[in-house]
Design a binder for this molecule. Structure first.
Ligand SMILES: NC(=O)c1ccc[n+]([C@@H]2O[C@H](COP(=O)([O-])OP(=O)(O)OC[C@H]3O[C@@H](n4cnc5c(N)ncnc54)[C@H](O)[C@@H]3O)[C@@H](O)[C@H]2O)c1
Length: 255
């Protein structure tokens, strides 16, 4: 899908990977609605890109909040073609046999990362179904979800976070089956460690060990590199149903 003049929802767009994605879409001539509970940063971004970007105070966990965000996006830009889910928070506490998450904490993390991603995906996807298919590709929409390397490697002891990012990765194919009928593609990205405020919850040791785990290049990812992959997924009409690792070839150690 050519991004020019297309309308994108970017959840978590006030910061980090979401903000870099919003910048990438704007640079390609698209319009962006940021869905984020961080009003201050979201509004500052929207003001810096007045007429092309808006911030809507959406909590992705709450269905009614997402529905209101979608209505506001349609009011501002008239359609939704792209949805990129980046909303999330770091999980400071690990789980062990002596100190498992409480059910409440486990549920909170799942609500945000897994249910939140699902809420926005299904409601934005339903809206995309109303789009006229694009003349050459037949596409009506593209959805990109964010999982994490923790979904796949056995060394992570971020129990709830691993479970929900595995859920985000795992729902990619079923979503593809459901959405492809309507010309909507769905992919997910599984980032390694990226240089964003998200990692503030990790100890310096944990961050260093994650960087060491990268084969090449041996450094944290740049959010612009994540955004570049989002841009490619949107622009490549043959890419569908994939969960793509973006981690410098990492083999993370146990932590
Ligand atoms: N940074 C990394 O190393 C890394 C690695 C793997 C996966 N991820 C995933 O990428 C996503 C984005 O991470 P980031 O690094 O950009 O983090 P970030 O902290 O820079 O940005 C996350 C944004 O999500 C917003 N947010 C939090 N809860 C929300 C809610 N309920 N509704 C709407 N917005 C909400 C925050 O306000 C913030 O602006 C997260 O889901 C995270 O799990 C990040």
């Amino acid at each position: 899908m050519n991004i020019e003049r297309k309308v994108a929802i970017v959840t978590g767009g006030s910061s980090g990977l979401g903000q870099a994605t919003a910048e990438r879409i704007l640079a390609a001539g698209g319009r962006v609605a940021i869905f984020d509970i961080d009003r201050q940063r979201g509004q500052a971004f929207a003001e810096a890109h007045a007429g092309k970007a808006i911030h809507i105070d959406v909590d992705v966990v709450l269905e009614e909040s997402v529905r209101a965000g979608i209505r506001a996006t349609l009011d501002a830009f008239g359609a939704i073609h792209i949805c990129v889910n980046c909303a999330g928070v770091g999980q400071p506490r690990r789980a062990s046999v002596h100190d498992t998450h409480s059910a409440a904490e486990f549920t909170r993390i799942l609500q945000l990362h897994l249910v939140g991603t699902y809420n926005v995906t299904r409601l934005a996807g339903a809206q995309m179904m109303d789009n006229e298919p694009l003349a050459r590709s037949g596409e009506r929409g593209v959805i990109v979800n964010t999982a994490a390397l923790d979904a796949q490697h056995n060394g992570s002891n971020q129990l709830a976070y691993s479970a929900c990012t595995a859920g985000v990765a795992g729902m990619t194919r079923p979503l593809t089956l459901a959405m492809s009928t309507y010309g909507i593609r769905v992919c997910a990205i599984m980032p390694g460690v990226f240089d964003t405020p998200f990692k503030a919850n990790l100890s310096p040791d944990a961050r260093a060990s994650l960087v060491t785990a990268s084969r090449f290049p041996k450094r944290e990812g740049d959010p612009a590199e994540f955004a570049a992959l989002v841009g490619h997924i949107i622009e490549n009409p043959y890419l569908n149903g994939e969960v793509i690792r973006l981690d410098g070839g990492a083999h993370p150690p146990s932590r």
